[in-house]
Write a new protein. Structure first.
Lengths: 192, 192
């Protein structure tokens, strides 16, 4: 949300929901490149100036919608231990982010984001998922010495950052084995 | 270069040089947001259709100019050993990429880059610099066992990727100490 914070409920939240829905529907129907603010406004049943006032322009609106779509909708699966939990999550993260849709949303999120709020939100989603996996490992107790459970920021550096960097800048060789290798390297099970 | 490869020398290279110069001058004079293809064409002494034909649109032209500006213009400094060479390079890379200009160029490079060529070129610049540092360490001989010199791709994963990820998505705490810590962690001199 670039311009205003939206309170849950109320007209503001309804406008946001209908505008987001309009963007998603129109993306599917006419394609992303054909979107315009008047077109979205018409579909959402609001005036164009409502959109300009809240989002600034189409790029910022698309950035908001992208962040919303990049939000994980389930908790990471529980495989009973830290290593398979992290490896499966890393694989799934790569799958989603490297898909054509994922790439388009990452690009949109980065683009219409003058203050970095939306990019930060994408990163926070990943950090929250990782945090959940690490907390689960700690709660199991005994599975792995507490001191060997990595910090969230270390998982970001060693797993999330290389995946996202390569998706954006260096996609050659980016596959599930690479994602699993990053996790194995971090947990001392490989020599990466 | 999105549409055509440019042969060195000849009219094509001259057009590219004058268009790039026009973009840089106009960015400084009127600001990036006021740039248009006709404005750039007029300054460069070419027709707008020359620009559309070669670059597609303004976003792709700006992406090309950005990549050109992100090209390192000197070899990494030689500090006599691998650890200080890598640490100094990482610090300088962070400085340049995290500056307002660097961030704007990274964004431009990613944006007008439908096939990923320009983003790949940015990554290749970093890899080439790292490669030079590693080759220097190997050539010194005896400084460090050959087997302990990391692979280029490992330096990308452990140093370049976290720096670039955090610049784009998670800038809190991003400073020279963090950059040096990544290098120390990679070379086994820290516990990051």
């Amino acid at each position: 949300m670039s311009r205003q914070m939206v309170r849950p409920g109320g007209r503001s939240a309804r406008v946001q929901a209908s505008v987001h829905t309009a963007v998603r529907e129109l993306e599917a129907e006419v394609g992303r490149d054909a979107l315009t603010v008047p077109l979205v406004a018409q579909r959402a049943g609001v005036t164009p100036s409502t959109i300009y006032r809240r989002w600034g322009d189409l790029t910022e609106l698309l950035s908001d919608v992208a962040v919303e779509r990049l939000r994980p909708d389930t908790a990471p699966k529980d495989h009973g231990a830290l290593a398979p939990d992290l490896a499966a999550w890393a694989e799934q993260f790569l799958d989603e982010m490297a898909s054509p849709g994922g790439r388009a949303y990452i690009r949109d999120a980065l683009l219409g984001d003058p203050d970095g709020t939306n990019a930060g939100q994408c990163s926070a989603y990943a950090a929250d998922q990782v945090d959940l996996i690490l907390a689960r490992a700690a709660a199991r107790g005994g599975e792995i010495p507490e001191a060997e459970i990595p910090e969230v920021e270390t998982v970001i550096d060693r797993v999330v950052a290389p995946l996202m960097y390569r998706i954006l800048f260096r996609p050659a060789g980016l596959d599930a084995a690479y994602a699993r290798g990053l996790v194995a390297g971090l947990l001392g099970q490989g020599d990466r």
